[in-house]
Design a protein around this ligand. Structure first.
Ligand SMILES: *Cc1c(COP(=O)(O)O)cnc(C)c1O
Length: 359
């Protein structure tokens, strides 16, 4: 059993049930008597698991017919270059809403003209850029729906005049998504969909096959689609963990139920950040993420950052230091994080204020 309150940003906390099922499958996968680490990926049991995993994605996100779901090793960073290799002909637009968005754009620049259409760098990525011009001649527009490092989130699915591509690594499966608004949605699994080692892409296939360059087979979405994400040996254990995580989401009432819970958790934590005299939130209030709550010591209390982290550690709280590029504090409260975990952090903040506050 987990005995700590875990707020790491990714790889993140998974439900206890998933840890238990993963541990059991290391000994015996699906009653085969063979470990999931050793089962043939061409066996009937494994192929059934791949099919089941795709079907769960479709069901949980109500993915419209015609879209394809693929799993690929390499995480979201691999998708940065897959997107550009498969889709970038002349020009793509990128919204620079944080470090991950900038990295996605940089990878695309190796394949063609990837232009920055908007940026929130002027205020350290503390808000989501809006109201920018979208040229009609873009092959696609790339956005990042949840900026994991800075704690900002675009919670609506935008209507976009060109193909919309979204990195949803850190808020996928945390809320219902209108998939039909997107040409491609991708991410790494380790924030809400499982553990590190595999990425997912949800693709409207009519966007494929338009570039003239040679796409290496491993990066070619058409090759992945045609081979059921098993062009080569898939990352079996991360895919297994993804499958069990998706089952847990389904049994928890699906993404609608989880969204309610996620909102409730975020409300409780932001309320304490706003109330507590020792802390302040760092993201623009209207863009606050329900997944990554970023905060810092209030002005005048900056020297209490390390003491607070130590204090929290002694209370069994893990992973609340901010990303090294952002500093401060960050509590990642993905699907598997419970209201009890959030309450433990809130209680710790209250106790800390009693001990160190000026009144
Ligand atoms: C974590 C993260 C990434 C990078 O994921 P990897 O799987 O480590 O490549 C990219 N984008 C976002 C929004 C992330 O949160």
């Amino acid at each position: 059993m987990i005995r700590k309150h875990i707020f790491t940003a990714g790889p993140c906390l998974l439900p206890q049930r998933v840890y238990d099922e993963a541990a059991a499958a290391l000994r015996d996968f699906a009653g085969t008597g063979v470990s999931v680490l050793s089962v043939s990926h061409r066996s009937g049991e494994w192929v059934a698991l791949m099919d089941d995993t795709r079907a769960l994605w479709r069901e949980l996100l109500a993915i419209p017919d015609g879209y394809e779901v693929v799993f690929m090793a390499g995480g979201a960073s691999m998708q940065f270059l897959c997107v550009a290799a498969n889709l970038l002909r002349r020009k793509a637009g990128y919204v620079n809403s944080g470090v991950w968005a900038a990295k996605a754009m940089k990878e695309a620049q190796g394949f063609g003209n990837a232009v920055e259409l908007a940026s929130s760098a002027d205020r350290n990525f503390s808000y989501v850029p809006r109201g920018y011009e979208i040229p009609e001649d873009l092959d696609y527009l790339h956005i990042t729906t949840n900026n994991t490092i800075y704690g900002t989130q675009l919670r609506e699915d935008p209507v976009c005049p060109v193909n919309l591509v979204a990195d949803m690594s850190s808020d996928i499966l945390s809320r219902p998504v209108d998939v039909s608004r997107y040409a491609l949605i991708y991410g790494g699994a380790q924030k809400n969909a499982g553990t590190a080692g595999v990425g997912f892409a949800i693709i409207r296939p009519d966007i494929l096959g338009k570039v003239e360059r040679h796409i290496p087979s491993m990066l070619d979405y058409r090759v992945q689609i045609n081979n059921g994400s098993m062009f080569n040996t898939p990352p079996v254990f991360p895919v297994f963990v993804m499958n069990r995580t998706l089952h847990w989401i389904k049994d928890s009432g699906g993404v609608e139920a989880l969204e309610k819970l996620n909102r409730a958790k975020a409300d409780v934590l932001y309320a304490e950040v706003d109330r507590n005299s020792l802390f302040r939130g760092t993201a623009a209030v209207e863009d606050r993420s329900l997944m990554n709550v970023t905060f810092d010591m209030a002005p005048g209390f900056e020297n209490l950052l390390d003491p607070f982290v130590d204090y929290a550690t002694r209370s069994g709280i893990v992973g609340i230091r901010g990303h090294r590029l952002a500093g401060g504090l960050r509590a990642s409260i993905y699907n598997a994080c419970t209201m009890e975990d959030v309450q433990a952090l809130v209680n710790c903040m209250k106790d800390f204020e009693k001990t160190y506050g000026r009144w």
